[in-house]
Design a protein around this ligand. Structure first.
Ligand code: AMP
Ligand code: ZN
Length: 114
């Protein structure tokens, strides 16, 4: 999609710190980390959020989760665990309308999630 920030990052038109890439998925460091480790995992195909995830193939959906697993298991600071969040829509404060999964970790997080 032309005017999408994360599509531009995937295409390399906007710089990012890449941590993972394959045919279907791109992952990069969040510019404003909320935990010591904070990476965003996005499908290369543009869909706005989980609300539109039916527009991805099962392969593309699985690729996101497998990328999360690969990133998390290769990161020593996540050996104690990690949290995955995907904000969806206004009430969840989604600010970038391209599906993304936050991987948060490297610290002990709060029990409450909201
Ligand atoms: P959300 O609020 O769930 O839509 O998350 C969007 C995330 O994108 C936020 O955590 C931002 O810090 C992050 N973000 C915004 N612009 C960039 C950028 N240029 N590079 C990396 N992360 C970004
Ligand atoms: Zn996009």
């Amino acid at each position: 999609m032309d005017n999408c920030l994360f599509c531009k990052i995937i295409k390399g038109e906007i710089p990012s710190t890449k941590v993972f890439e394959n045919d279907q998925v791109f992952a990069f460091k969040d510019i404003n980390p909320q935990t010591p480790f904070h990476v965003l995992v996005v499908p290369k195909k543009h869909v706005s959020s989980v609300a539109e995830i039916d527009q991805l193939s099962n392969d593309e959906i699985a690729a996101c989760l497998l990328a999360i697993r690969q990133i998390a298991t290769s990161e020593s600071s996540l050996s104690g665990g990690f949290r995955i969040i995907s904000n969806c829509g206004v009430d969840a404060c989604q600010s970038v309308p391209h599906l993304h999964f936050h991987i948060l970790g490297g610290t002990r997080m709060a029990e409450r999630m909201a």
